[in-house]
Design a protein around this ligand. Structure first.
Ligand code: HEC
Ligand code: HEC
Ligand code: HEC
Length: 439
């Protein structure tokens, strides 16, 4: 044996080095795309969390889709998108002193961690407000939909004849635009704010009421209105509150806003309907001898979403129509209303009730099942499509999908294998002549 390195040893070394260099090169090519993708993925997870946080904590004041309500500013606002990260995080963490904007960080007595606040910053700066609105609706937090209403013109004209009628008219207009969402039609209150048209409130002093409307009640949904309304307008609001008993009923009607829906809420409504309602109202709402049709033009065009929700919640006393409010959440009932409302465009003028006991002709039951499950599947597909659409990236090239650790393993493994093969080959070559000489 001579000491000169063998050709094969050199070759093996070269090959191994080449594999490592090749692996590293692919890894380096890959790295920038990988980082960008990882960042995009983290961001979309953060925004996803933040949409739930927003629905649970912020939508009640800032609106279903960040559009703002009354005195509460919008968050879907370009100025906030370009605001420095720290300033925005600080606003959310510490709140705005002397306004209704509470402090949210645990440090300042709020419920959210610093990480959750950073997620909310990501939502405000690069989130999708349509998707956020869907989240609020899906979580059943849409009952707090902000709404405004139109005062009844005939009744408003009558108010003009009352003493100081112009002031009352002004206040009614402001109430319709800013207060009705919380304090309800005709000032009669809602689940989230007390009645203002109430003898107990009329016993309060004008000063006390002025203070509440001007500065709000910290820690409640009642914001201060001093940024939005002038002193005269606030006086007018207090006059209205104190003299509400003179104002005709019906002047501030409940608005006819459709209940918001999403693909998920309609799918839920369809499931709930077939589980709870179809045995009386028919699988497609076409009615049975036990209960009237719901899938008819006249009923759907004449009945607002609010009215249908009311009927389902309270039932119809003295009939077989049960009270569903004890058994279902408000979100469930709204999902059913959204599902029923979908029939309106195709609803027949006259419904043909199915026979009792589900004994309808077989072809009818088949089509029913087919359309029901078909549409649900389609909706699920839509939902999934939307979800995937968010973090959309182009399909990566094959080498972009390789993890660097796998690459190193493969190249390392190959070099070791080649080295072993060549060493084995060398050993064989050195052995042969020795074996041959003795004989
Ligand atoms: C009780 C009502 C209320 C709630 C709940 C609320 N906010 Fe606010 N928010 C306000 C008000 C009022 C202001 C305006 C303060 C001011 O006048 O500067 C505000 C201001 C803001 C601002 C600054 C807007 C700007 O244009 O300067 C941000 C950002 C904000 N809120 C985020 C949030 C987030 C995120 C949440 C949920 C974690 C939330 N808010 C919950 C009432 C609320
Ligand atoms: C986001 C919901 C919301 C909006 C919008 C709102 N309020 Fe309120 N308001 C409340 C809540 C909640 C309270 C009860 C606060 C408390 O518990 O102290 C309240 C309390 C009041 C009170 C005190 C009632 C009492 O019994 O002392 C007055 C007066 C009042 N609001 C007037 C108004 C006026 C006027 C507007 C419109 C310019 C308005 N509010 C808009 C939620 C709201
Ligand atoms: C046990 C039978 C029964 C079940 C189950 C039932 N209903 Fe009814 N429903 C009735 C009857 C009977 C009426 C008619 C009441 C009347 O005479 O005004 C009715 C009336 C209604 C109306 C008003 C229709 C109109 O023309 O005024 C609506 C809306 C309605 N039901 C929705 C539902 C929904 C949604 C469900 C399922 C959550 C449901 N019902 C479950 C028996 C039932």
């Amino acid at each position: 044996m001579n000491n000169r390195p063998r050709l094969f040893e050199i070759l093996a070394g070269l090959l191994a080095t080449q594999f490592i260099v090749f692996g590293l090169a692919i890894y380096m090519l890959n790295e920038p795309t990988r980082i960008v993708e990882a960042q995009a993925q983290t961001l979309s997870i953060q925004i996803d969390d933040a949409m739930t946080l927003y629905a649970e904590n912020c939508s009640v004041c800032h609106g279903l889709a960040g559009e703002g309500i009354g005195a509460t500013p919008p968050l879907d606002n370009p100025a906030l998108q370009s605001m420095a990260y720290d300033d925005l995080a600080k606003t959310i963490a510490r709140g705005r002193f002397d306004t209704a904007m509470p402090a949210w960080s645990k440090e300042d007595g709020g419920p959210l961690s610093d990480y959750q606040i950073s997620e909310l910053v990501a939502l405000v700066q690069s989130g999708d407000w349509n998707a956020t609105q869907d989240r609020v609706v899906n979580l059943g937090l849409a009952p707090l939909v902000p709404f405004t209403t139109e005062p009844d013109p005939a009744l408003l004209a009558e108010v003009a004849k009352l003493p100081d009628g112009a002031t009352l008219q002004t206040a009614i207009g402001i109430y319709a635009a800013n207060c009705v969402a919380c304090h309800g039609a005709d000032g009669l209150g809602t689940g989230i704010a007390p009645a203002l048209n109430d003898p107990a409130v009329r016993e309060k002093t004008a000063d006390e009421l002025t203070r509440t409307v001007t500065f709000g009640n910290p820690g409640t949904l009642m914001a201060g209105w001093d940024n939005t309304l002038t002193a005269e307008e606030i006086d007018a609001m207090v006059t209205l509150v104190l003299r509400w008993d003179e104002v005709p009923t019906g002047i501030l009607p409940a608005p006819d806003v459709p209940i918001p829906t999403t693909a998920e809420s309609i799918a839920l409504g369809a499931d709930l309907f077939s589980a709870n309602c179809s045995r009386c109202h028919g699988p497609e709402g076409q009615g049975t001898p036990r209960a009237p049709a719901l899938n008819v033009k006249a009923f759907l065009t004449d009945t607002s979403d609010q009215a249908i929700q009311q009927i389902i919640t309270q039932g119809v006393p003295g009939t077989a129509m049960p009270t569903w409010g004890d058994r279902m959440t408000e979100a469930d009932i709204q999902a059913i209303v959204g599902f029923i409302r979908q029939w309106e465009p195709t609803a027949p003028e006259v419904a043909v009730p199915t026979r009792p006991g589900g004994g309808g002709p077989p072809w009818m039951r088949n089509t029913t099942n087919a359309t029901a499950s078909g549409s649900t599947q389609q909706m699920n597909a839509n939902v999934q499509g939307q979800g995937q659409g968010q973090g959309q990236t182009q399909t990566p090239a094959w080498w972009q999908t390789l993890d660097w650790r796998i690459l190193l393993l493969i190249t390392g493994g190959l070099s070791v294998a080649f080295t072993l093969i060549f060493m084995g080959y060398e050993a064989l070559r050195n052995k042969k002549p020795k074996d041959a000489t003795p004989s």
